[in-house]
Write a protein that binds this ligand. Structure first.
Ligand code: ADP
Length: 647
């Protein structure tokens, strides 16, 4: 029995107690729901562990009871140590529940393990994906940076891939190309058949190792040349899935090649068409490396002609030693040789009866060998013309001399008059003194000596004039500038005195000997002196300006080397511009009775001696105070042309 007593208070006055009594057994049985009591044993226990009541028979309970499944609750508010105890039955349901929970645990572990596996798998996958992405991007970058166009076809010829370079080359975008079947849009319409045939060949795997050259069309219709290389595309399982084609634009290369070929053709055409023989000979092997049409025509196909032209061997037997001897450049290194300028000479080839102007120079042949190139021009006709001209000039010189003397005849007569008068005077004087016996022997001898000297002088004048006028071949001989000047001044003296013009001469000391024709050079000097005197006289210059200076000095000329310069300076009116322009023109004269061949002749004489002639005005401020005519003559005799005479 369980009794609950509750005091009743009425305005703080204890009025009684409400007592409730529960039969403990019934309380347990009726208030524990059957659902709970079926699975649990509910009991009320004293503090001495004596069960006062329980939902089950006490006999069955103790064996199945387990301490771990007990829960106590103090029965309040009675503080009498009663406890409501619930105990779980250990039944077959419990066993099943246990297995289930174990299974849950096992499954959880399995799930965890699988999750871990999946996580690791995903991590690996992500890593691989990353690597793949990197690889793909690397390849893409490589493809995009490549100038070679790439195109993949499947086995039916459908385009499955094109790279950026291919698109750029063809002008079509990727989307316009992928999936296309032949004929492709970049095939020129007029070459579809040819391209079809090439594609067939390509798909059959019959591709030449050096690639195929094709013409393709850009989207804008322009054509370009390309070279294609094809290789089979192999799938992951080793089977062929298509073809990969790489393509390079060779338009530029082809253009350069064509240009090279054209330029080579032009080069050979020019060389072949040249009216000169061109030959290139390897210096060390004496092998003819190149010969043009004229060379072959004149000398055949061997090196004989080359040797003849350098003049190394008249028999035509070429040998290197002879080449060395024939050549001023023997002993120079290859580099120096090819640097030096070509050398020019004239050669007579007896077998052909022709004169050649031969220009030679060393060059490095295409294979690096040192070679000598000769360009020989046939100058036979020019030589003949030159000879004829020289002949003519010589005739003209004689004529001119005659004319000069003709002009000077009156002066000559005047000049001769002087010694003749002197002779007459001496003779008359002697006659009168001898006839009056008033002459000592010594006086007579002295007078006769003087007479003889005067006669000699007259004879000299005549002799010089004869020598000057006499037609003679130009003959080079050692000559002294000093004696040329003296003779010329003496001849001109007559004219100068007549025109009342003074002359001053200056000839430098110790001048080298000249190799010239002295009569011709005298004629040049005489002409210049005569012109100067005429200019001064005609312009009626005052006495202070009636003089000429003739100077002969050595000089170092830029091109010709050491020379002797003759200059005639006058203080006349100088040269007008229009006169300067036509100075050396034959028959140009400003004088009423002038012939105008003097200066042209002078120049040809000077130039035939390898000299140079110049004329210039002399100035004082802006006003002309006269003019200077000068000419040079080379002093080195070896410099003079030693022209061999043809037979
Ligand atoms: P010519 O004396 O017969 O006229 P040249 O050929 O000797 O023929 O001279 C041509 C021209 O050059 C002369 O007519 C003259 O006008 C001019 N000339 C030549 N020398 C001089 C000079 N020293 N001063 C001025 N003029 C000159």
């Amino acid at each position: 029995m369980y009794q609950l007593q509750v005091p009743i208070l009425d305005r703080s006055t204890f009025t009684g107690v409400v007592v409730v009594e529960y039969a403990i057994d019934d309380l347990l049985r009726s208030s524990v729901p059957p659902d709970v009591s079926r699975r649990h044993l509910m009991s009320i226990v004293t503090d001495q562990e004596v069960a006062l009541a329980s939902t089950d028979q006490p006999s069955a309970a103790p064996t199945s009871r387990r301490a771990s499944l007990v829960h106590d609750a103090v029965l309040t508010p009675a503080m009498n140590g009663l406890v409501l105890r619930g105990e779980g039955w250990r039944t077959s349901i419990g066993l099943i529940g246990n297995t289930l929970s174990w299974m849950v645990v096992a499954l959880s572990i399995l799930t965890l393990w699988m999750l871990l596996g999946a996580w690791r798998h995903m991590r690996r996958r992500a890593q691989i994906q990353n690597a793949l992405l990197q690889e793909t991007q690397f390849r893409r970058a490589m493809e995009n940076s490549m100038l070679t166009g790439m195109r993949a076809l499947d086995l039916d010829g459908r385009i499955t891939y094109v790279n950026a370079a291919f698109c750029q080359m063809s002008g079509f975008s990727e989307s316009e190309l992928i999936g296309r079947m032949p004929p492709y849009p970049y095939w020129p319409p007029d070459r579809v058949e040819e391209n079809q045939r090439l594609l067939q060949q390509e798909m059959q795997g019959r591709n030449p190792a050096g690639g195929i050259e094709v013409q393709l069309m850009r989207k804008d219709g322009s054509i370009f040349d390309a070279r294609m290389y094809v290789s089979p595309l192999i799938g992951p399982k080793g089977q062929q899935t298509g073809w990969m084609t790489s393509m390079t634009n060779i338009t530029e290369a082809k253009r350069i090649r064509d240009q090279l070929a054209a330029s080579h053709e032009r080069f050979t055409t020019v060389l072949e068409g040249l009216e000169a023989s061109v030959s290139v000979l390897s210096v060390h092997q004496s092998e003819l490396l190149f010969a043009n049409r004229f060379y072959r025509l004149w000398f055949g196909n061997d090196a004989t002609g080359h040797a003849q032209l350098i003049g190394s061997d008249p028999e035509g037997q070429f040998d290197e030693l002879a080449l060395d001897e024939a050549d001023d450049m023997a002993g120079l290194s290859t580099h120096d040789l090819t640097e030096v300028k070509g050398d020019l000479r004239e050669a007579y080839v007896e077998s052909l009866g022709k004169w050649f102007e031969v220009r030679s120079r060393y060059l490095q042949w295409t294979d690096g060998r040192l070679a000598q190139m000769l360009i020989a021009t046939d100058i036979t006709a020019r030589r003949r013309a030159e000879e004829q001209a020289a002949h003519q000039a010589e005739k003209a010189a004689v004529t001119s001399r005659l004319m000069t003397m003709g002009e000077m005849a009156s002066s000559v007569a005047h000049e001769l008059n002087q010694p003749l008068t002197a002779i007459t005077n001496y003779c008359n004087g002697m006659l009168s003194r001898v006839s009056s016996d008033a002459m000592a022997k010594e006086d007579l001898v002295a007078a006769l000596t003087k007479t003889a000297r005067q006669a000699e002088r007259a004879g000299q004048i005549i002799h010089r004039i004869r020598a000057f006028v006499k037609k003679s071949e130009p003959q080079r001989q050692p000559a002294q500038a000093k004696s040329i000047v003296e003779d010329a001044v003496e001849l001109a003296g007559i004219e100068l005195r007549r025109r009342n013009v003074a002359i001053r001469t200056y000839v430098a000391q110790r001048l080298p000997t000249l190799m010239v024709d002295p009569i011709l050079i005298e004629q040049v000097v005489l002409n210049l002196l005569k012109n100067a005197a005429e200019a001064i006289d005609t312009a009626q210059m005052p006495a202070s300006r009636r003089q000429i200076e003739l100077r002969v000095v050595p000089r170092q000329a830029e091109k010709e080397g050491p020379v002797i310069e003759f200059s005639v300076v006058d203080s006349g009116p100088g040269l007008k511009d229009e006169v300067i322009a036509r100075l050396y023109e034959a028959f140009f004269s400003t004088k009423a009775e002038g012939l105008g061949i003097g200066l042209s002749l002078c120049r040809s004489i000077v130039e035939s001696h390898r000299g140079r002639m110049r004329a210039q005005n002399l100035y004082n401020g802006n006003s002309i105070v006269g003019c200077m005519f000068s000419f040079t003559l080379p002093v080195d005799p070896s410099d003079l042309p030693t022209t061999p005479t043809p037979p």
